[in-house]
Design a protein around this ligand. Structure first.
Ligand code: ATP
Ligand code: MG
Length: 557
């Protein structure tokens, strides 16, 4: 039995490949890596890749490296390095040893480039970017060889040394692989391996003024680290030829157990964007409050909104791994968090849009303590203390002057409902402000109905939530909706024009007093309203709505 068969997880084509590689002893162990470029915060698509890479390592008793693919100093920053480590750890994964940096290998990349030059497989090209573009050809037409293609190895060595020593200007020349200008794969038409950048790098400072390209650095980094299976998204399918070409042409790596690249389809999630460039734009243009805005599809945003590591891991499992590009519905993600929180979230009551209720037949000055279950389906979670008195708050939406139909199960004049965990009350009359909004609702209560049905057998079906007014704690509620109004906002260049203006609604209401010292990011189910958690950045009592109790979105579509 392979190690994988011992694990109760849906299989996929990558697991099949690993099983075969272990069976044939091409590899004796599974070593994967997650290689983010530190040029932004991680998003839910990265989470898919993290769960895949770290998940395989866990399941096969292997290892997974965290490697910062930091070969492009212009857009990278230490802030991103730190946020990425925080997010991977929060998701519950442990990388092998210390985090790695591609920049740790700058000397090796350089030396391997020299090996290719010595073998006549790389040359310094002084063509202008314009000339190179023209000579590259098209998908239908082969490219043309560069006039610098036949420079001798010795001369190329001298030139490359000068590049490295900063004797050429930025853009004056590049180092290119000498492969095939007629290849049907554009990436094989003498791709650039190195370019000049006079930039300070966040790890290596000013030690280097030449920086390797992704396609050159990535495969060598994998090989240096002894990666067995290098997993990436489908857009790198063609580049696999170059990955193999580089490793096959370097003496250290031309062995059967060198890493191989496999591609899977990236996650696309409806009603949001995932490209870091676009997420950057939302942050830079202040259309969201930051990378961790709870509406962002970033790991830090989702965390702040109340998503749990378990829910994101579960989501990754639900969507699976394939080679088919598709659009994933937000409802799948939301089902993952609902299923998690339904089990673990303590129940509580919060009134988001309050109106005052006066119980006229309740003794003035009396406040009654009631024990309510923390979770109705799980007694072990214990009880919490709630209160009842003459003054309460209920939600504005739970009262209407006249019931619109027989199905109305909330309050209306002369109608009874049960206040959750407390008594049955009946609406008697109400007051409004000048604009006609209800300000105070006057009710009576039936003192014989705490925790039991009315003795006279009358049926009261409706249940609404409330908080007792003198003990309630004021709180802000932030209600989120889709960030965009269209399913695939990334499609339009002007994706900012399809932002949902109602993606954030802020309300001032009240919560049970026991939430005064609630812990940020810990989920509660506000009964009848949804799952919320306390915001991890705000000073006061601010609750972010994670998700509603039911999938009202899909129903509405
Ligand atoms: P973006 O396109 O958002 O800028 P990227 O691919 O440039 O992302 P990297 O930091 O290079 O971002 O990604 C690190 C790893 O995460 C890569 O292996 C990449 O394939 C994977 N990854 C990125 N986006 C997704 C996604 N939407 N679904 C699955 N994996 C992804
Ligand atoms: Mg990338």
């Amino acid at each position: 039995m392979s190690q994988n068969e011992a694990i109760d997880k849906p299989t996929n084509f990558i697991r099949h490949i690993i099983d075969e590689d272990l069976a044939s002893h091409k590899h004796d162990h599974v070593h994967t890596r997650f290689p983010p470029e530190p040029n932004g915060y991680l998003h839910i698509g990265h989470a898919k890749s993290i769960c895949l890479n770290f998940g395989l390592a866990e399941d096969y008793n292997g290892a997974c490296n965290l490697r910062f693919d930091d070969t492009n100093p212009t857009k990278e920053d230490i802030e991103y390095v730190e946020s990425i480590m925080r997010d991977v750890a929060w998701l519950g994964f442990k990388w092998e040893g210390e985090p790695r940096y591609s920049s740790n290998y700058f000397q090796q990349f350089h030396d391997y480039a020299v090996e290719l030059i010595n073998k006549g497989l790389a040359y310094v090209d002084f063509s202008s970017p314009e000339e190179m573009r023209e000579a590259r050809g098209t998908l239908k037409e082969p490219g043309k060889n560069s006039p610098y293609r036949d420079t001798s190895a010795d001369e190329n060595l001298v030139l490359f040394t000068k590049m490295r020593q900063g004797e050429f200007k930025e853009g004056e020349c590049v180092l290119r692989a000498k492969i095939d200008m007629a290849s049907s794969f554009m990436c094989m038409r003498d791709p650039t391996l190195y370019r000049i950048r006079f930039e300070t790098h966040h790890q290596t400072g000013d030690a280097w003024c030449i920086y390797p390209m992704y396609d050159f650095a990535h495969c060598i980094s994998d090989a240096i680290e002894g990666i067995s299976h290098s997993l990436c998204t489908l857009e790198f399918q063609d580049n696999r030829r170059l990955y193999d070409w580089v490793l096959d042409n370097l003496d250290d790596f031309n062995k059967p157990d060198r890493p191989h690249q496999y591609e899977f389809s990236r996650l696309n999630l409806a009603y949001t964007v995932m490209s870091k460039r676009k997420l950057h734009q939302l942050v830079d243009d202040k259309l969201v409050s930051g990378w961790d805005d709870p509406r962002m599809p970033t790991v830090s945003g989702m965390r702040r909104r109340g998503y749990t590591p378990a829910s994101l891991r579960d989501f990754a499992e639900r969507i699976g791994i394939s080679k088919v590009d598709s659009m994933t519905e937000m409802s799948i993600l939301e089902a993952s968090i609902r299923d998690d929180l339904n089990v673990v979230a303590p129940r509580t009551m919060g009134v988001i849009d309050p109106i005052k209720v006066i119980i006229e037949n309740y003794p003035e000055g009396q406040v009654e303590s009631i024990q309510a279950p923390v979770h109705p389906q799980n007694e072990e979670m214990g009880k919490r203390e709630i209160f009842f008195s003459r003054e309460l708050y209920i939600d504005r939406a739970d009262f209407i002057e006249e019931a619109p139909n027989k199905k109305w199960q909330r309050l209306a004049i002369d109608k009874e409902v049960r206040l959750r965990n407390a008594y049955i009350v009946k609406a008697e009359r109400f007051e409004t402000d000048a604009a006609g909004n209800v300000t105070t609702l006057y009710c009576s209560y039936d003192p014989e109905t705490l925790g039991k049905n009315p003795a006279d057998g009358r049926k009261v079906k409706g249940v609404i939530h409330f908080v007792e007014a003198t003990k309630a704690v004021p709180a802000e509620f932030r209600l989120y909706d889709r960030l965009f109004t269209v399913e695939n906002p990334g499609k339009s260049e002007d994706f900012e024009s399809v932002l949902n203006p109602e993606s954030l609604k802020i309300m001032q209401g009240f919560v049970e007093p026991n939430l005064a010292d609630s812990v940020p990011e810990v989920a509660y189910q506000f009964e009848r309203e949804g799952y919320f958690c306390r915001d991890n950045k705000s000073e006061g009592l601010v609750f972010n709505k994670t998700v509603g109790l039911r999938d009202t979105w899909t129903q509405a579509q």
